[in-house]
Design a protein around this ligand. Structure first.
Ligand code: PLP
Length: 393
């Protein structure tokens, strides 16, 4: 057995993929499983985007592209951010990456080392903590509380910053809670960060076009005082239903962009050329598919929240963004992971236990409503029947 570095004892993963694998295995055995476990839109990529990739292949775009991405795509990103947020972004600071995750991987690698602290949301996307631990840095959870509408509290976040803090990870709209941090909190947080000029900020805005109830997204690029240390994470996966294309992008401070380019050169060289041309078509073509998808998610959001609040022992706050509900199950008497597992094995409903997103996820489940209204109703019926008939394990 070759001897690998000890860091592999610390790296984690995403349990939502394990839930998906188990749900698929049960389906293959003939079980009828409703999958509310996985975080990807149940829509197809719009046809004009698919056509752009096919055309790119037919036109001979078969070779390497610049490591940072095709210039036209980086320009389109800058134009899109200017149109949506009225910010100036130089295409020279944009990096096209194979999926949103790669930006967090790079950013955490840049700042994580023994002796460094990295602040990340708990509950939050599991890869943040996993990668922080991999680098040997100390993961410092920023509590994301139900009583705050699952938003970041500026005060609580700022209080966790010490001289060892190197990076703060923010995520709004958030996975797994659907929480959206209000502008007032972000204003306060940015003002507080002005006192900590050495702390870099990674803002994961992958759900920035998935907000409800007329809520407007607050992009961290709009705060000039932190632009020189802000890394923006975004991508095509959720907005254009393109999870399998592996298309993400980041905006870096000029000084860090060169490091990110080198990490790209040292790992994947460049993102699949045809996928980049598809990404260009997504940004420059009609945007109606986004509003249509979000309207459908909104409809399902109402169904899932109303349904969950009818279930014994469960209460669910109304999420303001993304496509997740994060019901509180404390009063059922079940531990979250045991409930998630029994729901899958015995009731045929795949959901993810809150603890898969951090210690503060205990007492919650994550349900993705990226599934049909009919299947969501079926899942809610099954959950109700299960909770009424089974004692907590
Ligand atoms: N950031 C958050 C908060 C996510 O929920 C996800 C995916 O679920 C990602 C990043 C990664 O997206 P991608 O599939 O583009 O790597």
């Amino acid at each position: 057995m070759p001897r690998t570095i000890a860091a592999f004892d610390r790296i984690g993963e995403e349990n939502a993929f394990a839930v998906l694998a188990r749900a698929t295995a049960l389906s293959a055995q003939g079980r009828d499983i409703v999958n509310l476990g996985i975080g990807q839109p149940d829509f197809s990529t719009p046809p004009h985007i698919v056509e752009a990739a096919v055309k790119a292949l037919r036109d001979g775009h078969h070779g390497y592209t610049p490591a940072t991405g095709i210039l036209a795509v980086r320009e389109a990103i800058a134009a899109d951010l200017a149109r949506r947020y009225d910010v100036t972004v130089s295409p020279d600071t944009v990096l096209i990456v194979p999926g949103g995750k790669v930006t967090m991987f790079m950013a955490i690698l840049m700042f994580g080392e023994p002796g460094a602290d990295i602040l990340y949301p708990d509950p939050g996307f599991p890869i943040y903590r996993s990668m922080i631990e991999f680098t040997g840095a100390r993961p410092i959870p920023v509590p994301i509380r139900e009583q705050n509408g699952f938003a970041f509290s500026a005060e609580e976040t700022l209080a966790l910053i010490t001289p060892a803090t190197r990076l703060l990870i923010l995520n709004s709209p958030a996975n797994p809670t659907g929480g959206v941090t209000p502008k007032a909190q972000i204003d306060k947080l940015v003002t507080g960060l002005e006192r900590h000029p050495d702390v870099a900020v990674l803002s994961d805005e992958i759900y920035d076009q998935m907000l409800y109830d007329g809520e407007a997204h607050v992009c961290l690029l709009t705060y000039p005082s932190i632009r020189d240390r802000l890394i923006l994470l975004n991508g095509w996966s959720k907005t254009y239903a393109m999870t399998g294309w592996r298309m993400g992008y980041s905006v870096w401070p000029k000084s860090l962009h060169e490091f990110s380019r080198k990490l790209a050169v040292n790992s994947y060289s460049c993102v699949n050329a045809a996928a980049q041309w598809a990404g260009l078509a997504a940004l420059t073509g009609p945007q109606d598919s986004i509003a249509e998808m979000v309207a459908e998610f909104d409809r399902r959001r109402q169904i899932v929240v109303a349904g969950l609040n009818q279930l014994p022992g469960i209460s669910c706050a109304t999420p303001k963004g993304a496509f997740y509900a994060f019901p509180n199950i404390a009063r059922t008497g079940w531990k979250a992971k045991a409930l998630a597992s029994s729901l899958l094995e015995d009731a045929g409903v795949a959901v993810v236990g809150g603890p898969d997103f951090g210690i503060l996820g205990e007492g919650y489940l994550r349900l993705s409503y990226a599934n049909s209204a009919e299947n969501i109703r079926k899942a809610l019926d099954r959950m109700g029947e299960f909770l009424r008939s089974r004692k907590a394990a």
